[in-house]
Design a protein. Sequence first.
Length: 216
Amino acid sequence: MLDAMRKAAAKREIKQERAVRTRVEIMEAAITLFARRGILATTMAELAKAIRMTPGALYWHFPTKEDLLLAAIEELHARFLEEFKELLGEQRRLTARQQFEAFISRAQQFLRYHREYGIFFGMVAAESAYANDRVAEAIREKLGLYVAVLENIIRYGQHKTREFRAEVDANVTAHSVFGGLMGALLHQNLFRESVGYDPALSTLQLLTADGITLKR
């Protein structure tokens, strides 16, 4: 009896692990497809075909496209936070400008190897603004957290270290910088045959950092 219970529990655990892996695989495929085609133009049937899964199996994991988008946003948010965990822990040992540049550089490095993640965020942000309030609010919340980190760095440089110009609106600047990052990624992807990724993002970093730094 006890052995049977243990075997049943082990089978349930294997099934749960397999289900988790399948969900991640679905989200990875969906992120890539949405980044390439957009969320409005991509159907669940097309996604199921792309990942060689029956529509019924796909709907079992994600009953609607909205559910899939919300799950993908949460998953990418977790990965993005993991990338910045070390930096956020040591940032107070850096000057405001060093923090600012480190944040941009880390984002640049992360998106260099996961371009589809940034493009996905950009596409979802653009399309959901008028098409899906729940998805728009979810991505607005996540992007708002990243903007808040930049805003705090700018305020630190304005009021604590006195490195940044006092007349600069920290919130508007943070939004502009992060929006510039997303826009630069999308623009460079369009012109990828003639414009390199690192030169485009590094130039944006230099211009924004110099723009808010006080001239001594």
